[in-house]
Design a protein around this ligand. Structure first.
Ligand code: G3I
Length: 370
Protein backbone atom coordinates (compact mmCIF):
# COMPACT_ATOMS: atom_id res chain seq x y z
CA UNK A 1 0.00 0.00 0.00
CA UNK A 2 3.00 2.29 0.46
CA UNK A 3 2.99 5.18 -2.00
CA UNK A 4 -0.66 4.52 -2.83
CA UNK A 5 -3.01 7.47 -2.24
CA UNK A 6 -6.14 6.75 -0.21
CA UNK A 7 -8.27 9.10 -2.37
CA UNK A 8 -7.62 10.13 -5.92
CA UNK A 9 -8.24 13.89 -6.49
CA UNK A 10 -11.14 13.00 -8.76
CA UNK A 11 -12.81 10.85 -6.12
CA UNK A 12 -12.25 13.53 -3.48
CA UNK A 13 -13.99 16.16 -5.61
CA UNK A 14 -16.88 13.80 -6.27
CA UNK A 15 -17.21 13.08 -2.57
CA UNK A 16 -17.25 16.78 -1.73
CA UNK A 17 -20.08 17.38 -4.18
CA UNK A 18 -21.95 14.43 -2.78
CA UNK A 19 -21.52 15.44 0.84
CA UNK A 20 -22.00 19.19 0.48
CA UNK A 21 -25.81 19.13 0.32
CA UNK A 22 -25.83 16.85 3.35
CA UNK A 23 -23.66 19.30 5.28
CA UNK A 24 -25.87 22.25 4.32
CA UNK A 25 -28.99 20.29 5.23
CA UNK A 26 -27.61 19.36 8.62
CA UNK A 27 -26.71 22.98 9.37
CA UNK A 28 -30.19 24.13 8.40
CA UNK A 29 -31.70 21.39 10.48
CA UNK A 30 -29.67 22.63 13.44
CA UNK A 31 -31.03 26.16 13.02
CA UNK A 32 -34.58 24.93 12.95
CA UNK A 33 -34.21 22.40 15.71
CA UNK A 34 -32.38 24.75 18.03
CA UNK A 35 -33.68 28.26 17.41
CA UNK A 36 -32.94 29.40 21.01
CA UNK A 37 -34.69 32.78 20.71
CA UNK A 38 -34.19 35.13 23.62
CA UNK A 39 -37.35 34.90 25.66
CA UNK A 40 -37.83 38.15 27.52
CA UNK A 41 -40.78 39.77 29.22
CA UNK A 42 -41.37 42.14 26.32
CA UNK A 43 -41.09 39.36 23.75
CA UNK A 44 -44.09 37.53 25.18
CA UNK A 45 -46.13 40.41 26.65
CA UNK A 46 -49.34 41.40 24.87
CA UNK A 47 -49.11 44.86 26.49
CA UNK A 48 -46.20 47.12 27.49
CA UNK A 49 -44.02 45.89 30.34
CA UNK A 50 -41.80 48.22 32.26
CA UNK A 51 -39.87 49.16 35.37
CA UNK A 52 -39.27 52.32 37.35
CA UNK A 53 -35.65 53.11 36.64
CA UNK A 54 -32.80 55.07 38.08
CA UNK A 55 -30.43 57.09 35.85
CA UNK A 56 -27.35 56.59 38.06
CA UNK A 57 -27.66 52.82 37.84
CA UNK A 58 -28.14 53.11 34.08
CA UNK A 59 -24.88 55.03 33.90
CA UNK A 60 -22.85 52.90 36.29
CA UNK A 61 -24.03 49.31 36.11
CA UNK A 62 -23.74 47.30 32.92
CA UNK A 63 -25.93 44.46 34.17
CA UNK A 64 -28.67 46.89 35.07
CA UNK A 65 -28.44 48.73 31.78
CA UNK A 66 -28.51 45.49 29.79
CA UNK A 67 -31.40 44.05 31.73
CA UNK A 68 -33.56 47.14 31.34
CA UNK A 69 -32.77 47.37 27.63
CA UNK A 70 -33.51 43.69 27.04
CA UNK A 71 -36.58 43.01 29.12
CA UNK A 72 -38.72 46.12 28.93
CA UNK A 73 -40.43 48.33 26.38
CA UNK A 74 -41.64 50.92 28.89
CA UNK A 75 -39.90 52.81 31.67
CA UNK A 76 -41.18 54.95 34.51
CA UNK A 77 -39.03 57.78 35.86
CA UNK A 78 -38.68 56.52 39.43
CA UNK A 79 -37.65 59.60 41.45
CA UNK A 80 -36.05 62.12 39.12
CA UNK A 81 -39.20 63.81 37.82
CA UNK A 82 -40.67 64.34 41.27
CA UNK A 83 -41.11 67.91 42.48
CA UNK A 84 -37.97 67.97 44.68
CA UNK A 85 -35.72 66.87 41.80
CA UNK A 86 -37.28 68.97 39.06
CA UNK A 87 -37.85 72.28 40.83
CA UNK A 88 -35.50 72.34 43.85
CA UNK A 89 -35.79 76.14 44.01
CA UNK A 90 -38.77 78.12 42.87
CA UNK A 91 -38.80 78.41 39.09
CA UNK A 92 -35.35 76.79 38.73
CA UNK A 93 -35.95 73.61 36.82
CA UNK A 94 -33.56 70.68 36.53
CA UNK A 95 -34.43 68.06 33.95
CA UNK A 96 -30.92 66.62 33.62
CA UNK A 97 -31.60 63.15 35.05
CA UNK A 98 -35.07 62.95 33.55
CA UNK A 99 -33.37 63.60 30.23
CA UNK A 100 -30.91 60.73 30.89
CA UNK A 101 -33.84 58.35 31.16
CA UNK A 102 -35.63 59.90 28.22
CA UNK A 103 -32.61 59.64 25.92
CA UNK A 104 -31.96 56.03 26.91
CA UNK A 105 -35.59 55.16 26.20
CA UNK A 106 -35.83 57.16 22.99
CA UNK A 107 -32.84 55.38 21.49
CA UNK A 108 -34.62 52.07 22.12
CA UNK A 109 -38.15 53.12 21.16
CA UNK A 110 -39.34 52.54 24.69
CA UNK A 111 -42.38 54.25 26.14
CA UNK A 112 -41.72 56.71 28.98
CA UNK A 113 -44.21 57.16 31.81
CA UNK A 114 -43.63 60.30 33.89
CA UNK A 115 -43.94 59.99 37.67
CA UNK A 116 -45.27 62.27 39.18
CA UNK A 117 -46.46 65.86 38.96
CA UNK A 118 -48.35 66.42 42.21
CA UNK A 119 -47.85 64.41 45.42
CA UNK A 120 -48.35 65.51 49.02
CA UNK A 121 -45.45 63.43 50.40
CA UNK A 122 -42.76 65.60 51.99
CA UNK A 123 -40.09 63.09 50.87
CA UNK A 124 -40.60 64.39 47.37
CA UNK A 125 -41.27 68.07 48.07
CA UNK A 126 -38.54 70.73 48.25
CA UNK A 127 -38.31 72.88 51.37
CA UNK A 128 -39.37 76.01 49.50
CA UNK A 129 -42.77 74.45 48.82
CA UNK A 130 -43.14 73.07 52.34
CA UNK A 131 -42.36 76.51 53.76
CA UNK A 132 -44.19 78.56 51.14
CA UNK A 133 -46.37 81.23 52.68
CA UNK A 134 -48.09 82.94 49.73
CA UNK A 135 -51.81 83.53 49.35
CA UNK A 136 -54.16 81.30 47.33
CA UNK A 137 -53.27 83.00 44.06
CA UNK A 138 -49.54 82.52 44.70
CA UNK A 139 -50.09 78.83 45.51
CA UNK A 140 -52.12 78.40 42.34
CA UNK A 141 -49.39 80.10 40.32
CA UNK A 142 -46.62 77.83 41.64
CA UNK A 143 -48.76 74.73 41.17
CA UNK A 144 -49.70 75.66 37.59
CA UNK A 145 -46.17 76.74 36.70
CA UNK A 146 -44.68 73.48 37.98
CA UNK A 147 -47.09 71.27 36.06
CA UNK A 148 -46.99 73.26 32.85
CA UNK A 149 -43.21 73.68 32.75
CA UNK A 150 -42.53 70.01 33.42
CA UNK A 151 -45.09 68.64 30.97
CA UNK A 152 -44.11 71.18 28.30
CA UNK A 153 -40.41 70.21 28.62
CA UNK A 154 -41.32 66.65 27.62
CA UNK A 155 -44.16 67.48 25.23
CA UNK A 156 -44.47 64.78 22.58
CA UNK A 157 -41.79 62.66 24.30
CA UNK A 158 -43.28 61.45 27.54
CA UNK A 159 -46.32 59.39 26.61
CA UNK A 160 -48.13 59.54 29.94
CA UNK A 161 -48.01 61.06 33.40
CA UNK A 162 -49.06 60.25 36.92
CA UNK A 163 -50.60 63.67 37.35
CA UNK A 164 -51.79 63.31 40.92
CA UNK A 165 -50.36 60.66 43.22
CA UNK A 166 -51.93 59.19 46.38
CA UNK A 167 -54.51 61.92 47.07
CA UNK A 168 -56.94 59.65 48.94
CA UNK A 169 -56.84 58.79 52.64
CA UNK A 170 -56.53 55.17 53.78
CA UNK A 171 -58.89 55.42 56.74
CA UNK A 172 -62.06 56.85 55.22
CA UNK A 173 -61.48 57.42 51.52
CA UNK A 174 -61.69 61.22 51.80
CA UNK A 175 -59.33 63.48 49.85
CA UNK A 176 -56.24 64.10 52.01
CA UNK A 177 -56.41 67.46 53.70
CA UNK A 178 -55.28 67.98 57.32
CA UNK A 179 -52.76 65.56 58.84
CA UNK A 180 -54.30 62.55 60.56
CA UNK A 181 -50.88 61.06 61.24
CA UNK A 182 -47.82 63.32 60.97
CA UNK A 183 -47.23 64.27 57.34
CA UNK A 184 -50.08 62.36 55.74
CA UNK A 185 -52.24 65.40 54.94
CA UNK A 186 -51.97 67.33 51.68
CA UNK A 187 -50.37 70.73 51.38
CA UNK A 188 -52.03 70.98 47.95
CA UNK A 189 -55.58 70.43 49.17
CA UNK A 190 -55.06 72.81 52.09
CA UNK A 191 -53.81 75.64 49.92
CA UNK A 192 -55.66 75.09 46.67
CA UNK A 193 -59.10 73.86 47.72
CA UNK A 194 -60.83 70.57 46.97
CA UNK A 195 -60.82 70.87 43.19
CA UNK A 196 -57.04 71.00 42.82
CA UNK A 197 -57.02 67.50 41.34
CA UNK A 198 -59.20 68.49 38.38
CA UNK A 199 -57.07 71.58 37.75
CA UNK A 200 -53.85 69.55 37.82
CA UNK A 201 -55.21 67.41 34.99
CA UNK A 202 -56.39 70.48 33.11
CA UNK A 203 -52.99 72.20 33.32
CA UNK A 204 -51.15 69.04 32.26
CA UNK A 205 -53.49 68.59 29.33
CA UNK A 206 -53.02 72.16 28.18
CA UNK A 207 -49.24 71.70 28.21
CA UNK A 208 -49.36 68.47 26.16
CA UNK A 209 -52.79 67.63 24.75
CA UNK A 210 -51.57 64.25 23.49
CA UNK A 211 -50.16 62.96 26.78
CA UNK A 212 -52.22 60.33 28.60
CA UNK A 213 -53.00 61.43 32.13
CA UNK A 214 -53.33 59.09 35.13
CA UNK A 215 -54.50 59.22 38.70
CA UNK A 216 -52.13 56.91 40.64
CA UNK A 217 -52.68 55.38 44.08
CA UNK A 218 -52.13 52.30 46.25
CA UNK A 219 -54.28 49.99 48.35
CA UNK A 220 -57.00 49.06 45.87
CA UNK A 221 -56.48 45.35 46.63
CA UNK A 222 -56.86 45.65 50.43
CA UNK A 223 -58.97 48.76 51.04
CA UNK A 224 -62.43 48.67 49.50
CA UNK A 225 -63.40 52.06 50.95
CA UNK A 226 -60.42 53.66 49.29
CA UNK A 227 -61.08 51.74 46.08
CA UNK A 228 -64.66 52.98 45.90
CA UNK A 229 -63.59 56.58 46.60
CA UNK A 230 -61.01 56.37 43.87
CA UNK A 231 -63.60 55.14 41.43
CA UNK A 232 -65.99 57.91 42.48
CA UNK A 233 -63.21 60.45 42.04
CA UNK A 234 -62.17 59.37 38.55
CA UNK A 235 -65.71 58.81 37.26
CA UNK A 236 -66.66 62.25 38.59
CA UNK A 237 -63.69 63.80 36.79
CA UNK A 238 -64.52 61.96 33.60
CA UNK A 239 -68.19 62.99 33.76
CA UNK A 240 -67.15 66.64 34.06
CA UNK A 241 -64.92 66.36 31.00
CA UNK A 242 -61.67 66.59 32.95
CA UNK A 243 -58.96 65.06 30.71
CA UNK A 244 -58.18 61.87 32.64
CA UNK A 245 -57.13 58.80 30.65
CA UNK A 246 -56.30 56.19 33.24
CA UNK A 247 -55.82 54.87 36.73
CA UNK A 248 -52.56 53.61 38.19
CA UNK A 249 -52.91 50.69 40.57
CA UNK A 250 -49.56 50.69 42.33
CA UNK A 251 -49.70 47.09 43.63
CA UNK A 252 -47.11 47.13 46.39
CA UNK A 253 -48.31 43.74 47.55
CA UNK A 254 -47.03 40.65 49.35
CA UNK A 255 -47.25 36.91 49.04
CA UNK A 256 -50.35 36.80 51.29
CA UNK A 257 -52.45 39.23 49.27
CA UNK A 258 -56.10 38.25 48.87
CA UNK A 259 -56.37 37.15 45.26
CA UNK A 260 -60.16 37.46 45.36
CA UNK A 261 -59.94 41.13 46.41
CA UNK A 262 -57.31 41.84 43.79
CA UNK A 263 -59.58 40.52 41.08
CA UNK A 264 -62.60 42.46 42.35
CA UNK A 265 -60.51 45.64 42.41
CA UNK A 266 -59.37 45.11 38.84
CA UNK A 267 -62.92 44.45 37.68
CA UNK A 268 -64.22 47.60 39.37
CA UNK A 269 -61.37 49.72 38.04
CA UNK A 270 -61.83 48.37 34.53
CA UNK A 271 -65.56 49.14 34.66
CA UNK A 272 -64.68 52.86 34.63
CA UNK A 273 -63.64 52.41 31.00
CA UNK A 274 -60.30 54.11 31.73
CA UNK A 275 -56.85 52.71 30.98
CA UNK A 276 -55.53 50.55 33.81
CA UNK A 277 -51.80 50.58 34.61
CA UNK A 278 -50.33 48.27 37.23
CA UNK A 279 -47.87 50.99 37.93
CA UNK A 280 -45.51 50.01 40.78
CA UNK A 281 -45.67 46.24 41.21
CA UNK A 282 -43.49 44.48 43.76
CA UNK A 283 -44.26 41.41 45.86
CA UNK A 284 -42.78 41.33 49.34
CA UNK A 285 -41.92 37.99 50.92
CA UNK A 286 -41.41 39.42 54.41
CA UNK A 287 -44.50 41.46 55.27
CA UNK A 288 -44.16 40.37 58.90
CA UNK A 289 -40.71 42.03 59.22
CA UNK A 290 -39.08 38.79 60.39
CA UNK A 291 -35.43 39.69 61.10
CA UNK A 292 -34.31 36.05 60.80
CA UNK A 293 -35.99 35.34 57.49
CA UNK A 294 -34.18 33.49 54.72
CA UNK A 295 -35.35 33.55 51.13
CA UNK A 296 -36.15 29.87 51.12
CA UNK A 297 -37.78 27.65 48.55
CA UNK A 298 -41.29 27.96 50.01
CA UNK A 299 -41.20 31.77 49.92
CA UNK A 300 -39.81 31.76 46.40
CA UNK A 301 -42.56 29.44 45.25
CA UNK A 302 -45.30 31.54 46.88
CA UNK A 303 -43.84 34.65 45.26
CA UNK A 304 -43.58 32.96 41.88
CA UNK A 305 -47.23 31.92 42.08
CA UNK A 306 -48.30 35.41 43.13
CA UNK A 307 -46.41 37.04 40.24
CA UNK A 308 -48.09 34.64 37.87
CA UNK A 309 -51.51 35.26 39.40
CA UNK A 310 -51.27 39.06 39.25
CA UNK A 311 -49.99 39.20 35.69
CA UNK A 312 -52.35 36.53 34.36
CA UNK A 313 -55.37 38.08 36.10
CA UNK A 314 -54.56 41.52 34.74
CA UNK A 315 -54.19 40.05 31.26
CA UNK A 316 -57.48 38.16 31.44
CA UNK A 317 -59.62 40.61 33.42
CA UNK A 318 -58.84 44.04 32.00
CA UNK A 319 -60.21 44.50 28.47
CA UNK A 320 -57.40 44.62 25.92
CA UNK A 321 -58.07 48.21 24.91
CA UNK A 322 -57.64 49.29 28.55
CA UNK A 323 -54.37 47.41 29.22
CA UNK A 324 -51.81 50.17 29.65
CA UNK A 325 -49.33 47.61 30.93
CA UNK A 326 -47.48 46.39 33.98
CA UNK A 327 -44.56 48.21 35.58
CA UNK A 328 -42.48 46.94 38.48
CA UNK A 329 -41.15 49.40 41.02
CA UNK A 330 -37.43 49.02 40.29
CA UNK A 331 -35.59 46.19 38.55
CA UNK A 332 -33.57 44.10 41.01
CA UNK A 333 -33.86 43.40 44.73
CA UNK A 334 -30.88 45.62 45.53
CA UNK A 335 -32.62 48.73 44.21
CA UNK A 336 -36.02 48.10 45.82
CA UNK A 337 -37.30 50.76 48.25
CA UNK A 338 -38.72 48.09 50.60
CA UNK A 339 -35.65 46.98 52.62
CA UNK A 340 -34.66 50.60 53.33
CA UNK A 341 -38.13 51.93 54.01
CA UNK A 342 -39.29 49.11 56.28
CA UNK A 343 -35.79 48.34 57.61
CA UNK A 344 -36.09 44.66 56.86
CA UNK A 345 -34.72 41.97 54.58
CA UNK A 346 -36.84 41.43 51.50
CA UNK A 347 -36.58 40.23 47.91
CA UNK A 348 -39.60 41.66 46.11
CA UNK A 349 -38.53 41.93 42.45
CA UNK A 350 -38.12 39.57 39.46
CA UNK A 351 -34.32 40.05 39.32
CA UNK A 352 -31.70 39.51 42.00
CA UNK A 353 -29.15 42.07 43.11
CA UNK A 354 -26.95 41.21 40.11
CA UNK A 355 -29.95 41.55 37.79
CA UNK A 356 -30.20 37.83 37.08
CA UNK A 357 -33.76 36.45 36.65
CA UNK A 358 -35.11 34.79 39.79
CA UNK A 359 -37.73 32.07 40.08
CA UNK A 360 -40.51 34.65 40.27
CA UNK A 361 -39.39 35.96 36.87
CA UNK A 362 -40.75 32.69 35.49
CA UNK A 363 -44.02 33.35 37.29
CA UNK A 364 -44.16 36.74 35.55
CA UNK A 365 -43.42 35.10 32.18
CA UNK A 366 -46.02 32.38 32.72
CA UNK A 367 -48.59 34.99 33.67
CA UNK A 368 -47.93 36.80 30.42
CA UNK A 369 -48.27 33.59 28.41
CA UNK A 370 -51.41 32.18 30.05
O1 G3I B 1 -29.97 59.68 46.85
C1 G3I B 1 -30.01 60.13 48.22
C2 G3I B 1 -28.69 59.87 48.90
O2 G3I B 1 -27.69 60.61 48.26
C3 G3I B 1 -28.82 60.24 50.38
O3 G3I B 1 -27.66 59.90 51.04
C4 G3I B 1 -29.98 59.51 51.02
C5 G3I B 1 -30.20 59.92 52.46
O4 G3I B 1 -31.55 59.88 52.82
O5 G3I B 1 -31.17 59.79 50.29
C6 G3I B 1 -31.12 59.41 48.95
O6 G3I B 1 -32.31 59.76 48.33
C7 G3I B 1 -33.44 58.97 48.65
C8 G3I B 1 -34.02 58.44 47.36
O7 G3I B 1 -35.21 57.74 47.64
C9 G3I B 1 -33.07 57.51 46.62
O8 G3I B 1 -32.84 56.35 47.36
C10 G3I B 1 -34.45 59.86 49.34
O9 G3I B 1 -33.97 60.26 50.61
C11 G3I B 1 -35.74 59.09 49.54
O10 G3I B 1 -36.73 59.95 50.05
C12 G3I B 1 -36.20 58.56 48.20
O11 G3I B 1 -37.34 57.76 48.44
C13 G3I B 1 -38.18 57.49 47.33
C14 G3I B 1 -39.60 57.83 47.75
O12 G3I B 1 -40.52 57.39 46.76
C15 G3I B 1 -39.77 59.34 47.92
O13 G3I B 1 -39.54 60.01 46.72
C16 G3I B 1 -38.03 56.01 46.98
O14 G3I B 1 -36.75 55.78 46.41
C17 G3I B 1 -39.11 55.62 45.99
O15 G3I B 1 -39.06 54.22 45.77
C18 G3I B 1 -40.48 56.01 46.51
O16 G3I B 1 -41.42 55.71 45.48
C19 G3I B 1 -42.79 55.76 45.84
C20 G3I B 1 -43.57 56.29 44.63
O17 G3I B 1 -43.05 57.53 44.23
C21 G3I B 1 -45.07 56.40 44.96
N1 G3I B 1 -45.59 55.14 45.44
C22 G3I B 1 -44.86 54.52 46.54
C23 G3I B 1 -43.37 54.36 46.17
C24 G3I B 1 -42.60 53.64 47.25
O18 G3I B 1 -42.57 54.38 48.43
Amino acid sequence: MRGQKLLSPKLAIRLIFLLLPLAVWSCKKKEVANPAPDVTLKSVAPFPVGAAINPWLLKSNFNYYGRVATEYNSVTTENVLKFDFVEPQQNQFDFSEGDTILNFAKARHMRVHGHNLIWHNALALPDWVINFSGNTAAWEALFKNHIETEVAHYKGQIASWDVVNEAIRDDNGAIRNLDVNPGDGSIWRRNLGPDYIARAFQYAHEADPNALLFYNDYGQEWNSIKLDSMIALVTGLKARGVPISGIGMQCHIDINMSQANFKIALQKLAATGLLIHISELDISVNPGNDPNITYNYTLQLQQTNMYQYVVQTYKNTVPKAQQYGITTWNVGDADSWIPGFFKRKDWPLPFDSLYRPKNCYNGYLNGLKN
